[in-house]
Design a protein around this ligand. Sequence first.
Ligand code: TMP
Length: 210
Amino acid sequence: MKGFFITFEGCEGSGKSTQTKLLSEYLEKKYIPYILTREPGGNVVSENIRVLIKDMKNQSMINETEILLFAAARAQHTYEKILPALNEGKIVICDRYFDSTYAYQGYARGVKLSDINNINKFSTFKLIPDVTFFLDITPTDAFLQKGAPDKDDRLEQTGIEFHEKVYAGYKELIKHNKKRIVVIPAYKRAPLEISLEIINILKKRNILGD
Ligand code: TMP
């Protein structure tokens, strides 16, 4: 595979979409081939699954269903969009990937991590991000910064205790993936300053040239 796979992780309101957008704008300016995509979503099938997952009407959804829907969306997305772009030598920027499943369905919902491991391997064709940026801000601070949770989003509407567990889950993941996951402090920082830090890290790793 010739490309480079970059994922962004963090709690709701941590600024992932702003950072993925700023990084793509930088690549655009430098004429570096890339795609910007997100999970769950990124293609027709997975965007439809996204609507199903977030729908407030689906309050009765059990954990097993939820995790399989995320995995289904990921399989289609990886096969249809991410792997082809990497094979063409592009940089792939993805807003969330399998770490979200460990944090949300594993550490926060309580699905066994060994089950998640197997489901993740199956649904990603064993693809692992080259680097993952974790935007580090607690859920309480993030909601303060972002405003109230989206009332039409089933997952955002889950209580703050759930999001605290997600955050603690990410901290565990970071401990076990020190080489891959880079922690970026994100509380009360200007988006451009954060973006510059990320670009400099990628430059140091010779991903972006000078
Ligand atoms: P977002 O794109 O606004 O971050 O919404 C995606 C939501 O789905 C967010 O609440 C995190 C959640 N999620 C999981 O619970 N598990 C996953 O595997 C992924 C990719 C997202």
